[in-house]
Design a protein around this ligand. Structure first.
Ligand SMILES: [Ca+2]
Length: 226
């Protein structure tokens, strides 16, 4: 509706009145207002539906996240089982194909690897680089290497190094080595590499020990419990 001032009138007593008329609403304006109101209503309805959709989407996303978390946990468990199985299979394979003593099995791997890489590969198969602890085990290992490579000589890593302290030879499990079998002749006396050569390999022709650069890649011997 429209309020319009038409004029004013002064009465005899001096008071003054302002005259107002209320005009009927403009039909076009009413129509525009109704359209606007309808449009706002439609927008509200659309917003409501959008809210519902967003809410449903959020709920679906939360459920999906939950499902993914469960699947991830299952994958971790499966992976752990696979690693355990791989180690057990490696150990069985090592003892089936390798050379046995009373308590352990040695298996030669004819792949060229640096010392640390060789140790990791042995661990992945449930063992570690060979740790011959006494004359009996050294004799078994010497014979095994000779049989595997004769008439050639292929040096192979075992799990002995002096990386922690020069001249202090330790097995991979940290125990001190007490029985040695270093190569010696009138020209060469092992170990002779000082701080440059800290890992031990065995010659396959005579089983003698040599200190070598740990980064050198050569064959290696893993050990598994029987
Ligand atoms: Ca050394």
């Amino acid at each position: 509706m429209t309020l319009i001032s038409l004029g004013f009138q002064i009465l005899k007593n001096g008071n003054c009145f302002l005259l107002f008329f209320i005009l009927p609403p403009d039909a076009q304006a009413v129509s525009r207002l109704n359209s606007l109101e309808a449009a706002v209503h439609r927008l509200n309805v659309q917003f409501y539906h959008m809210d519902v959709r967003v809410s449903q989407f959020s709920q679906g996303l939360a459920e999906l996240k939950g499902g993914l978390a469960e699947a991830s946990e299952s994958l971790v468990s499966l992976n752990e089982v696979a690693i355990r199985n791989q180690k057990e299979l490696g150990r069985i394979d090592g003892c089936l194909r390798g050379r046995r003593t009373q308590t352990k099995c040695f298996l030669i791997f004819k792949h060229f690897e640096a010392y640390d890489a060789a140790q990791k590969l042995c661990e992945a198969r449930g063992g570690h680089l060979a740790m011959p602890v006494d004359d009996t085990e050294l004799t078994v290992l010497r014979r095994y290497l000779y049989d595997a490579f004769q008439p050639y000589n292929w040096p192979s890593w075992v799990g002995i190094n002096d990386r922690r302290s020069e001249g202090l030879w330790l097995f991979e499990n940290g125990q001190r080595v007490s029985v040695f079998d270093w190569y010696q002749d009138h020209l060469v006396t092992q170990p002779n590499g000082g701080i440059r050569e800290n890992c031990v390999s065995l010659s396959s022709d005579d089983g003698k020990w040599w200190d070598n650069d740990c980064e050198r890649r050569m064959y290696y011997i893993c050990e598994y419990r029987l």
